[in-house]
Design a binder for this molecule. Structure first.
Ligand code: BGC
Length: 765
């Protein structure tokens, strides 16, 4: 490390003596020079982000120069978000808007504007973006290379439109299946979420967070934190999470991402334990900036400072709400609707509610991000050389879709279906691109996909292409009311579907959810709609075998219809290639390899995660005193079948006794015992047998995905740092406790023992 960099690193060290990103001394010098020339108005403006509608003309497609001059020239606003016309645009048109913003920003301020979009599963706001499965499906692949490919496409295609900043990845843990953003998460597990997030951040940004090149973007990891576990299950409502759980589980993916170089972070719109996260100084400044020594930038979510006084009522008015948030550690205020935010923030400073040192710190972080993106030197450039929708991106998105779809049942080996099979496709998801895509898909609610997806195949179209148009029919049975709310269904035409089923050999019943996002996706009952369940029950009466396809953003309860199906596939939200992927899989031209990244509930009162406390399922006493609170699930975390079978054997570990700091190497042999090639995700779980807090049943600690030809075997080696077996105790401190641990993979397990307890005095290990 160069001497200057070492010095800068020392300056930015956090409470725990660590620094997330090693600073670039030259960038720091430039940040200070720019800051020193700024007025209070300049600084305030940099801290405000407005929605693009504030600078567009009536067509909502073009910039209104007067508005732009006012927003940037008068109010000195430093950042813009969201899309023109509220839906995806061509890359060239987006780039033109950015050029105009930058021209005015450089002329008026000498500081580039920071434009950000929600590109969460591909460049989802470009009409030609390559769209991958939503994160929940990417998690089901258990394939970090697939995630890397998605990040590469996001970075490249966003920059093709001169978009330098994306509000992604989502790393809220999807531990409440009711939550309307479950599908935006990597599922319920902290380790899986941490690995996927880290890899996506690196792929989006590239390896050097100080110098983001023209094929990469800055990330805004979100939504910090515990946003995925509202007690009510409704979006943006309070979560109640013990601090040791926050530290051990919810913080993990954020910490991993920040240590990988994530440059900015967006905050959970709701409250944890009664305190809105936007007002939580301990979590924002303490845990992120001080403990991790992180010099990145924290942005609010949509209008969330307003929520502090209008909704959460922890402040009297906007000025006080701004002071609360900025003092807690917010650096940029996403205030989409109102430039008046600038005057309010200025008043908060002039009234002495926010110290100038905090303003300077926030602005430094914003400038640093702009320098790291090299926007000062090159705010725009000629983008004609970029090739959108590249063949390698398409291939990666298709392969990811194949690996994301999870086979959960295959009674009597009904799948794969032979060529010549007469197939009835039915159900509201059977002929819809909208249901395959989900939200953040050309539009926020994913509702206008048909304008963009003409060239892609729905499930019906893909099956017709694969099995021959003469063999495949589509009769909806139940349809979504596209003009109504996402969950509204048109009066069922079940008899027509039943009649068609009688002419078919197999029924492919595609049930689930229409697309939604955020609060509009709130739900009162996790059970799949009655119409759709009635459709499946009526189809069952025909005696024809049913292949149940679940196309949904969260696990809707299907326990009464699951027994009626011979096969079940959860495709979740596989994106534009999801129909083709399913056709490949159902025909046997490709093999299933996805595994559930969440626990699929069987009953609405039994919402559960795989890492439940052991006391939840252990029988301790009999009779009336039986404490057994047994909960049943429909499918477990990690469940997923294949057309072949894998046998595990010879599991071993290089150390049976270990102490903190050791790395355990666990090996297990996996053999493909079936007759077709297949991929297997090998998952390593640990169980702490006795601990000072009730131990978790099991925890995922490592995974790898391998490819095996029939009869082939491989020895998979998984590295397990001993310190990963630590947990956060009741006192909030990390502890690795002496005693026995069980390590398991597939049918195999080994026992290991920690020889000495270690308790960390620092907040992070
Ligand atoms: C969402 C965020 C998103 C932001 C900007 C909010 O409503 O909660 O996830 O990044 O809007 O579009």
């Amino acid at each position: 490390m160069a001497a200057a960099a070492v010095l800068a690193a020392a300056v930015s060290c956090g409470r725990a003596g660590r620094t997330a990103i090693v600073r670039d001394a030259e960038i720091e010098r430039k940040v200070e020079a720019t800051l020193s020339g700024m007025t209070l108005d300049d600084k305030i403006g940099q801290m405000v982000q407005l929605a693009i509608t504030n600078i567009l003309d009536e067509s909502l497609a073009k910039i209104d120069t007067n508005k732009l001059n006012t927003v940037i020239g008068t109010y000195r606003v430093g950042s813009i978000l969201n899309v023109a016309r509220n839906k995806a645009n061509p890359a060239a048109a987006t780039a033109d808007l950015v050029r105009e913003m930058q021209r005015v920003s450089m002329r008026e301020l000498g500081i580039p504007c920071l434009y950000g979009l929600d590109m969460i599963h591909g460049a989802s706001y470009l009409d030609e973006g390559t769209l991958f499965p939503q994160e929940i499906g990417m998690a089901a692949t258990f394939n970090l290379e697939a995630v890397r490919a998605m990040g590469t496409a996001i970075g490249y295609e966003s920059r093709a439109a001169l978009v330098p900043w994306v509000f992604s990845p989502v790393m809220d843990l999807g531990r409440n299946a009711c939550w309307s953003r479950h599908w935006e998460s990597w599922g319920e597990d902290p380790y899986l979420s941490g690995e996927m997030s880290r890899v996506l951040v690196l792929a989006d940004q590239g390896e050097d967070p100080n110098h983001i090149d023209k094929e990469h973007v800055a990330t805004s990891i979100k939504h910090y934190m515990a946003y995925g576990v509202p007690l009510s299950g409704k979006d943006r409502t309070p979560a109640y999470v013990p601090y040791n759980e926050l530290r051990e589980r919810y913080f993990h993916p954020f910490k991993e991402s920040i240590e990988a170089g994530a440059l900015s972070l967006m905050v959970n719109s709701a409250s944890i334990n009664g305190l809105p996260v936007h007002a939580n100084r301990e979590l924002l400044t303490g845990w992120l900036k001080e403990d991790l020594g992180w010099d990145g930038m924290i942005i609010t979510d949509w209008a969330d400072v307003n929520n502090l006084y209008k909704r959460e009522r922890v402040a009297e008015d906007k000025v006080n709400a701004l002071a609360l948030a900025v003092n807690a550690g917010i650096d940029m205020i996403m205030d989409p609707y109102d430039v008046a935010c600038c005057a309010d923030l200025k008043k908060a400073v002039e009234d002495g509610l926010v110290p100038m040192s905090r303003i300077d710190d926030a602005v430094r972080r914003i400038l640093r991000l702009k320098y790291r993106l090299n926007l000062f030197d090159e705010p725009t450039w000629d983008t004609s050389g970029y090739e959108l929708y590249r063949e390698d991106f398409i291939a990666a998105a298709k392969q990811a879709a194949i690996e994301s779809e999870v086979l959960l049942k295959n009674e009597d080996g009904i799948l794969p279906l032979a060529q010549g099979t007469r197939i009835l496709v039915t159900g509201p998801c059977g002929n819809s691109m909208r249901t395959l895509g989900g939200g953040w898909n050309y539009t926020w609610q994913g509702s206008k996909v048909d304008e963009f997806t003409e060239s892609y195949n729905t499930i019906f179209e893909a099956l017709a292409a694969k099995f021959g148009a003469a063999n495949v029919r589509y009769v909806p049975g139940v349809a979504f009311n596209e003009a109504g709310k996402w969950y509204e269904e048109l009066s069922p035409e079940i008899p027509a579907a039943v009649a068609a089923a009688r002419q078919a050999d197999v029924i492919v019943a595609c049930v689930g959810e229409n697309s939604y996002c955020e609060s509009p996706g709130n739900l009162d009952d996790l059970t799949l709609s009655e119409n759709q369940r009635n459709l499946v029950k009526a189809l069952y009466q025909t005696g024809k075998p049913i292949v149940l396809i679940l196309n949904e953003g969260r696990p809707r309860v299907v326990s009464d219809i699951e027994p009626l199906a011979k096969a079940v596939v959860d495709v979740m939200l596989p994106g534009n290639f999801g129909g083709d992927a399913l056709a490949e899989l159902l025909s046997g031209d490709a093999n299933f390899s996805g595994k559930l990244p969440f626990t699929y509930p069987r009953a609405v009162n039994d919402l559960h995660t795989y890492d439940y406390k052991v006391s939840e399922l252990v029988k301790t006493m009999g009779g009336m005193y039986d404490y057994d609170a047994k909960m049943e699930v429909q499918w477990r975390f990690g469940d997923g079948l294949s057309y072949t079978t894998f046998a595990y054997s010879d599991m071993s570990v290089d150390k049976t006794e270990f102490v903190s700091g050791d790395i355990l190497t666990v090996s297990v042999k996996v053999i493909n015992t079936g007759s077709v090639a297949g991929k297997e995700s090998v998952l390593l779980f640990s169980s702490d047998l006795v601990a000072s807090l009730v131990p978790d049943n099991r925890r995922l600690r490592a995974f790898d995905k391998i490819d095996l030809a029939p009869g082939e075997s491989k020895v998979v080696e998984l590295k397990l740092p001993a310190d990963d077996l630590a947990f956060v105790g009741y006192d909030g401190l990390w502890r690795l406790e002496e005693g026995d641990f069980r390590l398991a993979a597939g049918s195999e397990h080994v026992m290991v023992r920690c020889a000495r307890t270690k308790v960390w005095e620092t907040p992070n290990k």
